[in-house]
Write a protein that binds this ligand. Structure first.
Ligand code: TRP
Length: 450
């Protein structure tokens, strides 16, 4: 199910009457260095949303997920973790007002991953887009279907579901490419609840949120800014690097003095993502009046740098002192684990991973009504009266013969329910043959609380 970002705002607006806490969660894979596209598309809106009253924000560094893509490059995972954490902190994320942590500091996540694995159909995982793309590519190339496909790629959606479900997240802001993963997390939560919940929702079903308003930022070549196109502008690189990268933006060949189109201009779109409406209108006017590309690039650089410069200083301070970032992440994990460890305690019990000798507590509490067999009296279409003895699951243990009147049937039930299992035979005349004497005997004992 897909919601849009207005839902997040809507739910928080409703918070002045009986605040419903809305949990918003998102993860960032630690396999690269943040660029301007990440800032405009994810960091800036998420930091802003994390300040909304009535919401709890969970933001984490998905370093287990990074292993799927960066196997064999440990230094890169570590460096990326530092850079991403420092970027979010420098961009105004308040680690005390949010839950900001590293995935691998939450041991309940891999633990839940296994529990979810055991309720997830292999067929569901076969249909995951990333896995299918890999196998389709292999097939097209005439290779073995699963050539170079790791179990990590295959299990990626389960790990992601555990990230989300372990904190009972309601909303997960993601890009379109991740929507299927959220749908799969819903499926896993529903299966788990069905199998282990005894009517209770042990896990919360999450929803994907796609922000239609946040523009996709174009990169240096005009295509979407993305690491995989190698067209990115670094977020917190040195100031001169920013100037140089912006100088490399593709433009058309219109000379100074010639009017320029804002439509389809990557430069204009990037400017718009940072500027106010008035500033954007002023640049549009300058375009119409024939501003040179060199001047337009200078204007773009100044505008971005004005927003970024103070944060860049904070970023540099954080990356110069990794142990400060580490301490913040440790504290975040400690706060988050209060939640995750409480959930896993509950889930372990629900699935049967229990300390020996404690089985009684929850199962007996939930069970007494359900676990008892019972007599059911009824009238058939032949006009006669009958009863049957059914066990807790509704299975028929015993079927009576016909009685002319309801009170005769009731009397037989009365007699039968007093009998011990050994005396059953005496009542044979009232019962259909062929019942399981032992099962009926046990049911009677249960009814008499023996
Ligand atoms: N798979 C996500 C991505 O590539 C990152 C991620 C991992 C994530 N776990 C998550 C996002 C949980 C949202 C919720 O972008």
């Amino acid at each position: 199910m897909i919601a849009n970002s207005a839902d997040i705002q809507g739910a928080s607006a409703a918070s002045d009457t009986n605040p419903p806490v809305l949990r918003v969660l998102t993860g960032i894979t630690t396999s690269g260095t943040p660029h301007l596209g990440n800032y405009v598309g994810a960091i800036r809106p998420t930091v802003q949303a994390s300040r909304a009253p009535g919401t709890e924000s969970f933001l984490f560094l998905a370093d287990y997920h990074a292993l799927v893509k960066t196997g064999g490059d440990p230094a890169r995972v570590q460096r990326s973790t530092l850079e991403i954490a420092a970027s979010w902190l420098a961009s105004g994320l308040d680690p005390e007002r949010t839950f900001f942590y590293r995935q691998s500091d939450i041991p309940e996540i891999p633990e839940l991953t296994w529990m979810l694995t055991c309720v997830t159909g292999k067929g569901l995982l076969n249909r995951a887009h990333a896995y299918k793309a890999a196998t389709d590519k292999n097939t097209a190339a005439g290779l073995d279907t699963d050539a170079d496909v790791t179990g990590g790629l295959y299990m990626y959606p389960v790990l992601m579901a555990a990230d989300i479900l372990v904190f009972h997240a309601h909303k997960v802001p993601v890009g379109r490419d991740q929507v299927q993963h959220i749908e799969m997390a819903r499926d896993m939560a529903a299966s788990f609840n069905h199998l282990h919940g005894q009517g209770r929702a042990l896990l919360t079903l999450p929803e994907a949120v796609i922000d239609e308003q946040v523009a996709v930022l174009p990169g240096l070549d005009g295509r979407k800014m993305s690491k995989s196109y190698d067209n990115t502008i670094a977020l917190f690189g040195p100031r001169e690097q920013l100037r140089k990268q912006i100088a490399g933006l593709v433009t058309d060949s219109r000379a100074p003095g010639e009017p320029k189109a804002t439509e389809g201009s990557a430069l204009f779109q990037i400017y718009q993502a940072f500027a106010s409406a008035d500033e954007t209108a002023a640049l549009a006017k300058a375009f119409a009046e024939g501003i040179s590309w060199a001047d337009a690039k200078a204007a773009l650089f100044e505008r971005i740098d004005r927003e970024i410069a103070p944060m860049r200083d904070t970023y540099n301070a954080f990356t110069a002192e990794p142990q400060r970032v580490e301490a913040i992440l440790q504290r975040g994990a400690e706060r988050a684990r209060v939640r995750s460890s409480a959930l896993l305690r509950e889930l372990r019990h629900a699935v049967g991973l229990r300390a020996l000798g404690t089985v009684a507590d929850a199962s007996r509490k939930a069970a007494p009504k359900a676990a008892k067999p019972s007599f059911k009296q009824y009238r058939e279409s032949d006009g006669q009266f009958y009863f049957k003895l059914v066990d807790a699951s509704g299975a028929v243990l015993l079927q009576s013969r016909a009685f002319a009147a309801p009170r005769d049937a009731a009397q037989a039930i009365g007699q039968l329910s007093q009998k011990s299992s050994t005396a059953l035979v005496e009542l044979g005349a009232q019962l259909e043959p062929g019942f399981d004497t032992q099962a009926v005997g046990q049911a009677l004992d249960l009814l008499q609380n023996k």
